[in-house]
Design a binder for this molecule. Structure first.
Ligand code: 13P
Ligand code: SF4
Length: 370
């Protein structure tokens, strides 16, 4: 396959489709005269069970648009021996319609490392697809929109990390996985929001450099005696929440349980009842069973969690991640048809990036509710 596009640092590459990749037959998914997929009785039957699950978060009028794509993707997935991994921020029609595994960054990394599928479709963002490729170099790893980035990953380069190491000789580097493979290759170990404190403490050091999320770094610093040297990257979604937002939720919904992602600012985190990774939030709701919850994180997460807990009332604050939202059913289908865009990681960084990820996977999650 020929490389047709590369990201800034020239590490991950999009590959051109082979000609025969377009010739995959789809029996369930009948086409209308203009080439669009039709909502046939067969498609309705094949997707009825999925719709029953999501009916209170997807209006009935939208289903004829989603269902033919879902049926086609699920059929093609079997033909390709493909597996679809979806992050908790994906929309419900992707999350419940086509995903084989759903979870947070850590869960997706763990699943990507253990699957025996030939093709892995990452419904998430590019740093997640790079994680999967680094851990499964012999598999085809697809990211349906190559431009699905992340403001945290874009905030730091490998040269920045080398400079930090030169400024603080001998101090180990912990890299939040929301970074590209060349950056992680410079780090001693990766972490996610589900295990950041445990990872930092696993090093047995008095001081660590923590990149690239300054707010997560501050959150970790508040949970440990290890001194944290920060990099001031931010998540463009979580930094928009303010302490005032939380106070207004509490005023309008007395008794509401407020749960936030640690990518929010310290001022926001001081106002909330629980802080956790996206999967940590789900485990917490499962354990606490609050009547009413507000999730201070990306929009789709509330829809997805509401499907799992129909008895819990969800207040839905709406901050969308524009990168996560680049993944759609039509581009997942096209990606499976064409086997593009396929993620590649530059050979010179693969070993370093794998070492820092494997070291993190050996540490695992912080706890059952992380
Ligand atoms: P999690 O690791 O908690 O799933 O978060 C990933 C992410 O991108 C949050 O913005
Ligand atoms: Fe990156 Fe924030 Fe989007 Fe997560 S929500 S992928 S941290 S920009």
């Amino acid at each position: 396959m020929a490389a047709s596009a590369a990201r800034g640092a020239g590490l991950a590459m999009e590959c051109a489709p082979s000609q025969d990749a377009f010739l995959v037959p789809m029996s369930t998914a009948a086409q209308t005269g203009n080439g669009a997929l039709a909502f046939t009785p067969e498609v309705e039957r094949a997707t009825r069970g999925i719709y029953e699950q999501v009916r209170h978060v997807i209006p009935e009028v939208e289903w004829p648009v989603h269902a033919p794509l879902i049926a086609a993707i699920n059929e093609l997935k079997r033909e390709r021996n493909a597996v679809i991994l979806a992050h908790n921020y994906q929309t419900p029609e992707i999350f419940y319609g086509v995903a084989d595994y759903r979870g947070d960054s850590l869960g997706l990394a763990q699943e990507g490392a253990r699957t025996d599928a030939d093709v892995i479709v990452m419904c998430g963002v590019r740093f997640m697809a790079e994680t999967t490729k680094v851990l499964s170099p012999d598999k085809t790893v697809l990211l349906p929109d190559f431009e699905a980035g992340c403001s945290l990953a874009a905030s730091i380069t490998a040269a920045d990390v080398r400079r930090l190491k030169a400024q603080h000789p001998g101090v180990p580097v912990v890299c939040y996985v929301n970074a590209y493979a060349d950056v992680r290759a410079e780090a001693d170990i990766c972490c996610t929001s589900a295990n950041a404190v445990k990872v930092v403490e696993s090093l047995g050091a008095d001081k660590v450099i923590f990149i690239p999320d300054g707010y997560l770094g501050r959150y970790v610093a508040g949970q440990t005696d290890v001194e944290i040297i920060l990099w001031e990257g931010t998540c463009e979604v979580h930094e928009r929440f303010t302490p005032q937002d939380i106070r207004e939720f509490r005023q309008s919904r007395p008794g509401v349980h407020v749960i936030a992602h640690p990518e929010c600012s310290p001022a926001v985190l001081r106002e909330v009842d629980f802080v956790g990774s996206t999967s940590g939030m789900i485990s917490h709701i499962e354990a606490e069973k609050p009547d009413e919850v507000v999730l201070i994180t990306e929009c789709s997460m509330s829809d997805n969690v509401a499907v799992k807990f129909p008895d819990v009332e969800f207040v839905r604050p709406c901050n969308l991640c524009p990168h996560m939202k680049r993944i759609t059913l039509p581009n997942i289908l096209r990606s499976l048809q064409t086997l593009t865009p396929a993620i590649e990681v530059a050979p010179e960084v693969v070993d370093g990036a794998r070492r820092s990820l494997e070291r993190m996977l050996a540490v695992g999650r912080a706890s059952a509710t992380a």
